[in-house]
Design a binder for this molecule. Structure first.
Ligand code: TYD
Length: 201
């Protein structure tokens, strides 16, 4: 099973991912888990992160850096782990591209989110379950420190609108978690959703 964690910057999903990893990896459960993330720590991921910190990076070039990282992530990590029977939990995945580059490419290509989805569709492996950490863009920008172009409230509001659209396309795959709650409550919700999906609840 492939589980992804999605949300705007400052939604707290990385903290949840770290807690899940601490609790579930390294034995102690009957299941095997692979915890992973995008951008990855490969050189493709490093290139994508470098672009992210560049204010005037070309958004189309940036799309393909993140997409190259995804292709490598799929073949090197995600597919082998799924083939081995692991539950894969990824902090960000394809929906991050649809939501973020879908927003960044506004005015560059017609119907940007559909374009980005179309680029992935023939070869990606869609998630089975997506935990969507929902927080308002002002809180997200404030929590993340607004240190780069993606962490600005106005941009995050476009990203959030794209996530909402994606939820409407796949209502069965997305489970919304109220990320304005305390970190403990957010983690509890995430644990419950995951246990229910895995049939452990
Ligand atoms: P993030 O998970 O916030 O990592 P960190 O907190 O370590 O910087 O992801 C980095 C940023 O990259 C985030 O602002 C979202 C953005 N991003 C995209 O724009 N497209 C993508 O495809 C991915 C995976 C991330």
């Amino acid at each position: 099973m492939l589980v992804t964690l999605e949300g705007i910057d400052g939604s707290g999903k990385t903290t949840v991912w770290e807690s899940l990893r601490a609790a579930r990896s390294g034995g102690g459960t009957d299941r095997g888990y692979t915890f992973t993330r995008e951008p990855t720590d490969s050189w493709y991921g490093e290139a994508a992160r470098r672009s992210e910190d560049e204010d005037d990076a070309n958004p189309l070039a940036e799309l393909f850096l993140f997409t190259a990282d995804h292709a490598d992530h799929l073949s090197r990590v995600v597919r082998p782990a799924l083939d081995a029977g692991d539950v894969v939990v990824s902090d960000r995945y394809s929906d991050s591209r649809y939501a973020y580059q879908g927003a960044a490419l506004e005015g560059e290509v017609p119907r940007p989110m559909e374009y980005v989805r179309g680029v992935h569709q023939p070869w990606t492996r869609p998630p089975d379950l997506t935990l969507y950490f929902d927080v308002d863009p002002e809180t997200g920008a404030a929590r993340s420190g607004a240190t780069n172009k993606f962490e600005q409230a106005e941009f995050l509001s476009d990203v959030q609108a794209n996530y909402e659209q994606l939820r409407q396309y796949s209502p069965d795959r997305f489970v919304r978690i109220d990320a304005t709650q305390s970190p403990e409550a957010v983690l509890d919700d995430a644990e419950d959703v995951l246990d229910r999906a895995l049939g452990d609840a």
